[in-house]
Design a protein around this ligand. Sequence first.
Ligand SMILES: Nc1nc2c(c(=O)[nH]1)N[C@H]1C(S)=C(S)[C@@H](COP(=O)(O)OP(=O)(O)OC[C@H]3O[C@@H](n4cnc5c(N)ncnc54)[C@H](O)[C@@H]3O)O[C@H]1N2
Ligand code: MOO
Length: 430
Amino acid sequence: MTIAPGVRTLEQHRDEVTALLTPLIESLSGRFEGVNLADPDALGRVLATAITAHSPVPAFDNSQMDGYAVCAADLLRASNENPVTLPLGLTAAAGDAPVVHASRTASPVMTGAAIPVGADAVVPVEATMSPEFPELVRAVEQTSGRTPAGSATFLEPVTHGAFVRFAAEDIAVGDTVLDAGTRLTPARIGAAAAVGVTRAQVRPRIQVLLCATGDELTHGAQTTLSQGHIYDANTPMLAAALRELGAEVRVVRTGDNPDEFLRALHGVTGEYHLVVTSGGISKGAYEVVRAALAPLGVWFGSVAMQPGGPQGLGEIDSSSGRVPVLCFPGNPVSSLLSLELFLAPTLKGLAGRSTTPDIAHLPLAHDVDSPPAKHQIRRGSVNSDGTVSLSGPGSHLIGDLAAADVLVHLPVGLAHAEAGTTVETWRFND
Ligand SMILES: Nc1nc2c(c(=O)[nH]1)N[C@H]1C(S)=C(S)[C@@H](COP(=O)(O)OP(=O)(O)OC[C@H]3O[C@@H](n4cnc5c(N)ncnc54)[C@H](O)[C@@H]3O)O[C@H]1N2
Ligand code: MOO
């Protein structure tokens, strides 16, 4: 089975979208702006320049345990039969300047405190004869005139370096902590902060103008809908999807009048990089997006897929020059899956994320039929036995879309598949 003449394959349309967006992505990848790493806005941003360590991690040799810093040589012969008791020195806690350790003493030391100068190992307090500390004298309290008393008894030898976290063993001065192009995750923000970096240069977010169309759309909370009206599902859904992909989103909504649509677009001031529309592109008599943009040279046509068959793509004028426009069909499932298949890979790449979907090949729980001239993308749920059950194919079924945990790809040429046939699935709704 071949696809109908004049209809693009999914791959052809994806390549067209990629080609359209490549100059924009290259331009955005070359720009940068500063961000404070402690700001909520830092999360998910992509570094424009590398972060280099000017301070090591650990910053100095310090204790991994609450215990006693010792010289390993002093405990060589320690055993249950031959306990070794050492008098206590001054105590070091995290934040204190390093204390001086005398040989044949035990210096109480807390996790994160600098290893006392002269000690070379730490014994956790619970590994000594008495699992709790006696009364201690912290070095910073010495001005009070108190001197350490008491002792600690050790029942086994300790290896040189035990429970010592050595300076720079994780990150050395001059190391590249994060490369340019890296996406800031919580762990990466933590690593940059640990070397004392508070501000980073990041790529600007892509600014998307999202425009949902249709006379039937009702926005906002309303207890009853006017006759023939529906709630606008696509604007919040597509805006959320775009934001999750790292975009900043502005929203405009219009009815089915092409002049109103163009006025709404041109009324938007300030810079935006990409326009995404929903609805008004198919074969109807009142296809607002197609009517307004086809005369401006935007391509509208069919892609051999379901949902997402009708598509549009091109360039239009904005307040700051020519910008790409992607026109998605209005059915909610079609619009989100169009974004997922055609736009998400590019935005993921810009956001420093993997562009490869999380793919698993799973057996079908039941027989399925598929239009053989189209690449069908069904919504499915994975059962406890590892099989996948599909919901209905209709592109209006947003309840099923919300319940799905995988997208199931049934390729062109497949008309029927028996239960047990292995199909390609992509993780969805994670
Ligand atoms: N004669 C033909 N009719 C249709 C074809 C076709 O090939 N020949 N294709 C069908 C397919 S497939 C799709 S998908 C839709 C796409 O239509 P449009 O992109 O023009 O979208 P609309 O007609 O504006 O809306 C379709 C559907 O979705 C609802 N909708 C629209 N916007 C929203 C929104 N923001 N929130 C929730 N629901 C929305 C709208 O009310 C319609 O029910 O065309 C088929 N027709
Ligand atoms: O191709 Mo449409 O997107 O099936 O509903």
